[in-house]
Ligand binder design. Sequence first.
Ligand SMILES: NC(=O)c1ccc[n+]([C@@H]2O[C@H](COP(=O)([O-])OP(=O)(O)OC[C@H]3O[C@@H](n4cnc5c(N)ncnc54)[C@H](O)[C@@H]3O)[C@@H](O)[C@H]2O)c1
Length: 378
Amino acid sequence: MGSDIAYVSALAGKRVILCDVAEDALERGRGRIEDLAARAHARGRMDTDQMAALLARVTTTTEVADLADCDLAIEAVSERMDLKGEIFRRLDATLKPGALIASNTSGLSITQLAEVTARPNAVLGVHFFNPAAVMRLVELIQGRDTSPDTLAAGEAFVRELGKSPVRVRECPGFLVNRVLVRAMAEAYRHAAELNVAPSHVDAAVVADGPAPMGPFALGDLIGLDTMDHIQRDLASAYGDRFSDGGAIATQVAAGRLGRKSGGGFVTDSPTVEQIDDAAHAVAERYYLGALNEALRCHDDAIATRPDIDLAMCLGAGWQHGPLKWADERGAAAVMRTMQQLADSTGDRFQPTSLLRERAADGLSLLGHATTSAGTTRS
Ligand SMILES: NC(=O)c1ccc[n+]([C@@H]2O[C@H](COP(=O)([O-])OP(=O)(O)OC[C@H]3O[C@@H](n4cnc5c(N)ncnc54)[C@H](O)[C@@H]3O)[C@@H](O)[C@H]2O)c1
């Protein structure tokens, strides 16, 4: 992630210092940046001089002291709070006053990281998506102490990279992973209840809604050991609605970690006739899970409604977001389905206040709402 972020920054004309613990890690990072530049050159996106200038803007070091003059440091070390905390302490001691410190963490607390520094209001999350050289979304994570100026500067930086920032108030899983993992957990759970094969669910999810890939293929792609950590963390933060019924743990215990281990949930590709009502019911549950979590994010003031939909498009590749998915059905119809599910499954599908209000008033969920960038979308 670090070298991809360095590449997109250098591509935008920034001078970048890539810092790692070991020379061989720096060589790998430098190699990745050269590969990305060579590919862009081969596709005619930059000429030879531009490629040379880009590469000249990137230098490497193993010494944090060399970062003293940077305006912004983006930490992208392994996902461990103790390690990141130590890096933040050293960056805070090294960087000039006024410099910002950001983390690319996928889910650790920005507030906690800020607390180890003497500049907590200058700390934020900049959560790039993988591969960062390609994916347009960057979640800008606002910790408890992140100042509006810091957030605005982070947003301006991300825009200079040609990426699309979405402001997210800190919460476990942030925005896209929170919505996606909830939907995946619901699908895994319901597929087991209805005894539907993973590949059949995936085919129905792709056929019936905006997601480009089904939840089982996505789990296999991410890696089921990684998914296991994420799902457990979110279940301990939010409770039963993130329970997957043990589906992921069963695969991991059997040594099936997804594509990287040559086996995971998906073992076949179904014919169209095999996609039956039960598969469609699981697909519906997947989208309702995503919607319910997206609405909770709205009610918790994690992100604005248009930003939630935008983030799901740019970060998860959906053709349109969960709120638009609901609006196509009508808030009142979705409200009835959600209420029936709440009656049969308990709290986790409880309709949120926005859905109740919009259904009662006969209004759409998206309506006229303002994005974090201040533009109005209807
Ligand atoms: N891989 C993804 O899909 C993805 C997506 C979004 C965010 N992230 C986040 O990005 C961060 C990095 O993820 P990754 O997959 O690139 O990890 P990685 O393990 O591939 O890379 C981590 C790098 O940090 C270096 N490092 C370790 N200790 C260090 C230290 N003390 N000082 C300097 N460098 C040190 C390692 O040498 C390595 O090069 C994590 O916080 C992760 O959650 C990853």
